[in-house]
Design a binder for this molecule. Structure first.
Ligand code: OAD
Length: 242
């Protein structure tokens, strides 16, 4: 049986499917990835733009980087891969997406069961009161933007290097992958932890890993099925057989 048919059988037979997505799923929408060709961390230094220390030292610079990304993301649309996952949420049993992406494109394509591991680029947090709220000014007019209530600087509500993930979101994600029959891993280099650990939990508890990527990753050796290609094309292929 070829890998596509095998993937279709796995997905149809599953009682629960945990999907892990990374920057690769949004690449075809025009959102740059981090580590591949044209990746953000090839052009910019992460430690100067995506750490709490960088923000403390130069909040304006960090905010300009996020303003650039917000403007870019506001102009793009979900692609076929996001759309097919949203459709499968209705058609397949218990499908939940855990995404490392902060672009909100899964929700924009109609997915409801979405857990954002690294936050959301349209949310901010007041550094004084820790209050989290939506902040959609685009482009941002004054840098650094401030909390409308207390006047303190606000920061993007995203996870930066050296920061811990929200413990509730993390434990929800751990138990989701532990209790799923299938981990469907799409467009991630699988080098950033703890996200990269999630599919291994599924495997450890007897489930299978299906991986979709344009190239092999550090997860590929452990994947039960590796489908090489663009996320939208591979998902279209699977969807046509479901
Ligand atoms: P990376 O940039 O590390 O990896 C993107 C992956 O997507 C690579 O493995 C590519 O081969 C693959 N890819 C590219 N285009 C694709 C396509 N059309 N279809 C399928 N796969 C494709 O991005 P992530 O793994 O998401 O964290 O990075 C993880 C985290 O590192 C991010 O969430 C971010 C970053 O630093 C934080 O900011 C906390």
């Amino acid at each position: 049986m070829n890998n596509f048919k095998k993937a279709v059988e796995f997905l149809k037979d599953a009682n629960s499917i945990a999907v892990l997505t990374g920057a690769g799923i949004s690449a075809e929408s025009g959102v740059p990835t981090f580590r591949g060709r044209g990746g953000l961390w090839r052009k910019y230094r992460a430690e100067e733009l995506a750490t709490p220390e960088a923000f403390k030292q130069d909040p304006v610079l960090v905010w300009k980087f996020y303003d650039y990304r917000r403007q870019l993301i506001s102009k793009v649309q979900p692609n076929k891969a996001h759309e097919i996952l949203a459709k499968w949420e209705k058609g397949l049993k218990n499908l939940t997406i855990v995404t490392q992406n902060i672009d909100g494109l899964h929700q924009k394509s109609g997915s409801k069961n979405v857990i954002e591991l690294h936050g959301n680029i349209w949310e901010v947090r007041c550094i004084k009161e820790n209050k989290i709220f939506k902040y959609e000014e685009n482009p941002i007019k004054e840098f650094p933007p401030r909390c409308p209530d207390c006047g303190s600087i606000i920061r993007p509500n995203v996870v930066w290097f050296g920061e811990s993930l929200n413990p509730e979101i993390l434990s929800l994600s751990f138990s989701l992958f532990e209790n799923s029959d299938i981990a469907l891993v799409i467009g991630t280099s699988s080098v950033v932890y703890p996200a990269a650990h999630l599919p291994l939990l599924t495997k450890k508890s007897g489930g299978k890993i299906i991986e979709i990527n344009i190239e092999e990753t550090s997860l590929t050796g452990l994947s039960d099925i590796f489908l090489k290609g663009k996320a939208s094309e591979i998902l279209k292929g699977i969807d046509s057989l479901i």
